[in-house]
Design a protein around this ligand. Structure first.
Ligand SMILES: NC(=O)CC[C@H](N)C(=O)O
Length: 373
């Protein structure tokens, strides 16, 4: 079945439908990961976006019941060069096409994703529409232009959990799958704010020895402090951090009270809570092959990333310094508070998908909690 992708700037790509049919809109971004499409699909940070995979063949390993990063699929569209329906993997239980259909995610395949990626790099990420029902160019471009901009949208509140819960699952291994950890063996009490949290962050925290209670995005700071945790974690999540004013105010009340570690949206919210600003990047960084330097050790790690916004370091003045730097585009990859036990990173040390080079950061958080409790 025919499918068309139209961008807000008028560029049109012809392709074929896979996954759900119909119409979907969102900000079109590209992801440079060569594998791990199932983790990409289940990453809540993609809410409001349509993801183009630059790796040309997608679907080969099917879908399995284990590689999920959240309770569902939050992205609005999936764009690939060549969809492979004949999947092969010992864990696979269904095809990607069936999975997208089951979760009502509109897909398009058979278009030139290289040309699309170069276009997005040159012109910036922009809104678009995938349609299997309307093929009128003018009408499609008009619909793409009517989609609200990602900047200014509070998307995190819509993906957070409704009520607090306890997490005890550890990291996956080949023999036993995901580890079930006895909470009695976990020594550090952590409260994790869920702005769209990826499960592997929780597994990494458990693996590092943390007893984790996940709380909703709007959970009051007073109640967090009443739980007397050893540390506070701020999760990843979708959309622009700046409109989350209530969350930022709430986080301000926690600064200086407990050690804090933030990832991605959590890092951006921390920057804002410390009095800084965030900026929207032209096309962002989405992939699992991005080089970053840890300024403390000057070691380079290859990282997983998924962001369209970044912290403006100058806006933080003398409050925080550069903790990590992206070596491709020099974006602020992490900040470290000058006086308090607080740090955060823009990339994803939990990988999923991606390399595990940055997993040491969970250990760094535990060391910090040990030192300050
Ligand atoms: N993965 C994330 O947490 C993304 C953060 C934010 N939504 C951004 O695009 O920059």
């Amino acid at each position: 079945m025919r499918a068309v992708l139209a961008l807000a700037d008028g560029r049109i790509f012809e392709g074929r439908s896979f996954g759900a049919g119909g119409e979907a809109t969102g900000e079109v971004v590209f992801n440079t990961s060569m594998c791990g499409y199932q983790e990409v699909l289940t990453d809540p940070s993609y809410k409001g976006q349509m993801v183009t995979m630059t790796y040309p063949q997608i679907g080969n390993t099917g879908i399995n019941p284990e590689d999920i990063e959240s309770r569902g699929l939050f992205l609005s569209g999936f764009i690939v060069k060549e969809y492979m329906d004949c999947y092969s993997n010992w864990r696979a239980t269904m095809s990607l096409d069936a999975y997208l259909k089951e979760n009502s995610v509109v897909g398009i395949q058979g278009l030139d994703t290289r040309a699309l990626t170069r276009h997005l790099r040159d012109k910036g990420a922009q809104n678009g529409i995938i349609s299997t029902v309307d093929f009128d160019r003018e009408s499609l471009v008009k619909k793409a232009r009517a989609v609200p901009s990602m900047a200014g949208l509070d998307l995190a509140s819509g993906v957070s959990c409704d009520k607090p819960y306890h997490w005890t699952e550890g990291l996956w291994n080949l023999e036993t799958g995901y580890a079930t950890v006895d909470p009695a063996t976990l020594n550090y009490k952590v409260v994790a704010f869920d702005f769209g949290i990826k499960y592997n962050i929780l597994r990494c925290l458990v693996d590092a020895g943390c007893d984790v209670t996940v709380v909703p995005a709007a959970f009051p700071a007073e109640e967090v402090l009443a739980m007397n945790p050893d540390g506070i974690f701020l999760s990843n999540g979708p959309g622009d951090p700046e409109p989350l004013t209530g969350v930022i105010e709430n986080l301000r009340k926690l600064v200086g009270k407990k050690p804090i570690f933030g990832i991605c949206l959590g890092h951006q919210l921390l920057g804002l809570a410390l009095g800084g600003k965030t900026v929207k990047l032209p096309f962002g960084n989405h992939g699992s092959n991005l080089p970053v330097m840890d300024m403390a050790t000057r070691k380079v790690e290859i990282t997983a990333q998924n962001h369209g916004f970044a912290v403006d370091l100058d806006s933080l003045g003398a409050v925080a310094c550069l903790g990590h730097e992206n070596l491709n585009d020099q974006t602020v990859e992490g900040i470290r508070h000058c006086d308090l036990p607080i740090f955060s990173v823009q990339h994803h040390p939990e990988a999923s998908p991606g390399p595990h080079d940055s997993q040491y950061l969970f250990g760094r958080f535990v060391e910090m909690m040990e030192k300050y409790r």
